[in-house]
Design a protein around this ligand. Structure first.
Ligand code: CDP
Length: 233
């Protein structure tokens, strides 16, 4: 059997080059950029601020409201601006992946707005968005129990890989491609897992284990960017 080769030559567990920067939008309460290869996400946090309209206020806890947007120019085939079914779904998923580490009980009747923009897309944009949002929330000083690290594992034919890019998502040989975005805390508690394609339980376990390992690398990148922002301010 010949060894499986990834289209861009990466090892199975090799992440794309990561870059992160915190404090990129001066007028926001918190902001961050996260880049994985050719995928770039920026996140801006505004709040906590009083929720309007009033009937949406929750007297028990604050509301986390994430808005994911893929910019028209972020992909080769221009996307129609404005919300879509896909962006609405991903916005919800980002909220659900981040909420477990946030202490929203401390901000009744308020909303924390997180605007996530994908300025360049090469797959894994929801994960990049979650990583950017996690740092931006920390930068905004929102009480958090942990950071959230997010990565797309994948199965290309029969091989489990980490950080799937667009060419890999489009992989058609053998069993084709399975995309598994996973988000977790630094201690490995999963807050989000999606699965698009087919996989057996043994392979899924391996994918989760590989994602757990990779999340440690993302954690270091996020922490470093946050520390750098503190040193600058
Ligand atoms: O980006 P992510 O992997 O989280 O979500 P997806 O819906 O699986 O999209 C995968 C990739 O397809 C995106 O990152 C883009 O590179 C591309 N895409 C696109 O070219 N045009 C769209 N309207 C949506 C996605």
């Amino acid at each position: 059997m010949t060894e499986f080769k990834r289209p861009d030559g990466r090892k199975e567990d090799e992440l794309r080059e990561m870059k992160a920067k915190v404090g990129i939008i001066p007028n926001a309460d918190g902001s961050a950029m996260y880049q994985s290869g050719n995928t770039i996400a920026i996140a801006a946090v505004y709040g906590p601020k009083k929720m309007h309209p009033q009937h949406k206020q929750d007297p028990k806890r604050g509301v986390l409201r994430c808005t994911y947007n893929m910019n028209s120019f972020s992909v080769s085939e221009r996307i129609r601006p404005g919300p879509s079914r896909r962006s609405t779904e991903i916005s919800k998923i980002i909220e659900w992946s981040l909420e477990p580490v946030l202490d929203l009980d401390r901000f009744p009747n308020t909303v924390i707005d997180v605007h996530i923009n994908i300025i360049q897309a090469d797959a894994g944009t929801r994960c990049a968005g979650i990583n950017a949002a996690s740092m931006a929330l920390a930068h905004a000083g929102i009480p958090m129990r942990d950071l959230i690290l997010s990565i797309a594992a994948g199965k290309l034919d029969k091989t489990i890989v980490i950080d799937v890019n667009k060419a890999e998502e489009d992989f058609k040989e053998g069993e084709g491609s399975t995309d598994i975005p996973i988000s977790m805390t630094s201690s490995g508690e999963i807050t989000h897992l999606q699965l698009d394609g087919k996989i057996n339980s043994k392979q899924l376990k391996k994918a989760i284990e590989m994602a757990r390992k990779s999340s440690k690398e993302i954690y270091e990148v996020q922490k470093k960017a946050l520390k750098e922002s503190v040193n600058l301010e």
